[in-house]
Design a protein around this ligand. Structure first.
Ligand SMILES: [Zn+2]
Length: 260
């Protein structure tokens, strides 16, 4: 049983209702979900990922731009908690600044695929490698980051026809992933931030609202989450699913409402 975090960079929740996305919307029917989860400020990718993996706001982790710097006051993240518990993590990504979200030694395996301009095939190839890894190595936790949609947003604009077409394409990648994962996997699918025009980073709802959808054994089905959810809830929810301790330094808490 693998626990999977799949992150679609720059996915706006209203895009799931504005175009064909049967696989992600199907996860809502089979899981617990909200389309009103909140990003953090500034709503940009590395800042968001530091908050997702360390369950603290940017004011505490101190990363305020898409450039990693060693933390003034280091704290353990999700990868470190998994490793501390004697479990194994795999990390597949196609945006290189994410390489520092885990400390050296915390990963069983990582794979970076530099394909940011291969909008059509980049995410799919990465997903296929990740699924193969899961089925062979059976890690406890997998993080799969899909970066193409954010690139299309910057190139053509959020909610443009090109952006919505990419949402459908990435939805197909998610469908293929779900079909390829071992049965009884838990999958949390979320975004890091949304976007407007050809950018993001502000406190506008278009930038801040994100989808947060989780499916798996013991998780409620077709349940719209009523409690507030933010990026800070992801790591503690995943440690609860993995049945390992969260870090005492984390501000975020598990979204208890998702469990049956
Ligand atoms: Zn971006």
């Amino acid at each position: 049983m693998t626990t999977v975090l799949t992150l679609i960079d720059g996915l706006r929740p209203d895009a799931l209702l504005a175009t064909d996305a049967p696989h992600i919307n199907g996860m809502r029917q089979r899981g617990a979900w909200t389309l009103q989860a909140q990003s953090v400020l500034p709503s940009i990718t590395l800042v968001c990922h530091m908050s997702i993996f360390h369950a603290v706001p940017p004011t505490r982790h101190g990363i305020m731009q898409n450039l990693y710097q060693p933390l003034a006051r280091p704290l353990p993240g999700l990868f470190e908690q998994v490793q501390q518990a004697g479990l194994r993590s795999g990390f597949f990504y196609n945006w290189e600044p994410l390489r520092d979200i885990g400390r050296p030694g915390s990963l069983h395996y990582s794979h970076f695929h530099a394909n940011s301009h291969d909008f059509i095939h980049g995410d799919r190839k990465l997903m296929q490698r990740a699924v193969r890894y899961v089925n062979v190595e059976k890690p406890d936790f997998l993080f799969l980051y899909l970066g193409s949609l954010d690139e299309v947003g910057h190139a053509y604009g959020w909610m443009s026809s090109e952006y919505l077409a990419q949402v459908s394409l990435v939805d197909g990648v998610v469908g293929e992933m779900l079909a390829g994962l071992p049965p009884h996997s838990t999958v949390l699918l979320q975004s890091d931030h949304g976007g407007h025009d050809r950018t993001h980073g502000t406190d506008m709802p278009e930038d801040m609202d994100i989808p947060w959808i989780i499916t798996g054994p013991g998780i409620r089905q077709n349940h719209e989450i009523s409690q507030p959810v933010s990026l800070l809830n992801s790591a503690p929810t995943l440690t609860a699913v993995l049945n390992i301790p969260s870090a005492p330094q984390w501000d975020g808490r598990c979204v208890e409402e998702i469990f049956t």
